[in-house]
Design a protein around this ligand. Structure first.
Ligand SMILES: *Cc1c(COP(=O)(O)O)cnc(C)c1O
Length: 381
């Protein structure tokens, strides 16, 4: 099946008890057994729930994987992956990383004796310098948040394979429509389902997709043993959101292209970060591993003043100032004070995350209206 067909049909079937075409919300914590141990595959909803099963199977199909495993948030999913490891193990990660992931790694798991290296991954070969006998995993995010750098997944996979390391890719920014890391050699793909997969800013959820049987059984064990599972209502909402994922992503990408070009020509804009530009430093890799370039854009202002960035964001009427991304409505954010506030200023600025940087999640509204909103807000500085 092609992507749009999978988005609508994979993992779901008419409900056997009534023929309901939409997977019901199985709002139940437990399941009656005929005799001790004699049940229909469902015992307790932390372990299994039919609405969740449908979503997990759908997500697996979208990422060309065998197993989908859902969690109550994206960070819950990342937490489960790190719990595969033990004190003394080392993980190599992107230096330009989602702030919450950085916080989880450094503020929680470093206390448990796991060591993290945050390194530039522009040249995959250079990662080898950080690998030693304790290294267990490489954690990649691409495109990166908020600098929109692109990391060569196949290139990093080669390094990971050569050293027998697990390669995990946070695919939140791309969504499975734009990019399928397992096809590029990754072992685990992670999503903050909260973003494009849910797509309507009404659910917080996370997911992992993978092919390896042994790794999957360990992660399913952690899902149940640690218990960060999503409820059936949220699973239903995401199943519904995914039915239009391909349509939404096409429009996000179209609007992204229009808005990125508009900003690039604006006299008050200094830099625009969007991987669809031919002069983006990793454009060729983006073209190779992504189907299109999406609607995530970051830009900085001429003069780089925090005050100017504030004025612009206060004057938007359509781009709502809010955390998160990937919903049908356009959002803007200020990484230095919001998502990335937990990263020290010095570290932030090293990767270009300066005070005037504004991140846009371009929604699926009419692009003309979005351009006008930008024109108006930028006219105030
Ligand atoms: C939002 C986000 C996360 C965390 O997901 P939650 O659902 O908020 O827990 C992880 N990675 C990226 C790239 C994100 O944007």
């Amino acid at each position: 099946m092609k992507f749009g067909t999978k988005a609508i049909h994979a993992g779901v079937a008419p409900d056997p008890s009534t023929g309901a075409i939409m997977t019901p919300i199985y709002q139940t914590s437990t399941y009656v057994q005929r005799s001790p141990g004699d049940h229909q595959g469902y015992e307790y909803s932390r372990t299994h729930n039919p609405t969740r099963t449908a979503l997990q199977d759908n997500l697996a199909a979208l990422e060309n994987g065998k197993y989908g495993i859902c969690f109550s948030s994206g960070l819950g999913a990342i937490d489960a992956v790190v719990k595969l490891f033990s004190p003394g193990d080392e993980i190599i990660s992107t230096n330009d990383l989602y702030g919450g992931t950085y916080r989880l790694f450094t503020k929680v798991f470093e206390r448990y004796g796991i060591k993290f290296h945050f390194v530039p991954m522009g040249d995959p070969e250079s990662i080898a310098d950080y690998i030693n006998e304790n290294t267990k995993m490489i954690w990649v995010e691409t495109p990166t948040n908020p600098m929109m750098n692109i990391i060569d997944i196949a290139g990093v996979a080669k390094v990971a394979k050569a050293h027998q390391l697990i390669l995990a890719v946070d695919n939140t920014f791309a969504s499975p429509y734009l990019q399928n890391p397992l096809d590029q050699g990754a072992d685990i793909v992670m999503h903050s389902v909260t973003k494009y997969l849910g797509g309507h800013s009404d659910v917080v959820m996370g997911a992992l997709v993978l092919n390896d049987d042994e790794l999957a059984s360990k992660l399913v064990f952690i899902q149940n043993a640690c218990g960060a599972t999503p409820g059936p209502q949220d699973c239903f909402l995401v199943l519904r959101g995914i039915k239009t994922l391909h349509l939404r992503m096409e429009r996000h990408s179209q609007n992204g292209k229009t808005i990125a070009a508009y900003l690039k020509n604006h006299p008050k804009v200094a830099k625009v970060y969007w991987p669809g530009f031919e002069d983006h430093p990793n454009h060729d890799i983006a073209k190779k591993q992504m189907r299109d370039f999406g609607g995530m854009i970051s830009f900085t202002l001429v003069g780089n003043k925090l005050e100017d960035a504030k004025t612009v964001m206060e004057n938007f009427k359509l781009f709502a100032l809010a955390e998160s991304l990937g919903g049908v409505e356009s959002l803007c954010g200020h990484p230095a004070s919001m998502t990335h506030a937990s990263i020290p200023k010095e570290e932030r600025e090293k990767v270009g995350l300066v005070d005037s940087l504004i991140r846009l999640s371009v929604g699926v509204e009419d692009a003309e209206d979005l351009k006008q909103d930008l024109a108006n807000a930028l006219s105030k500085i």
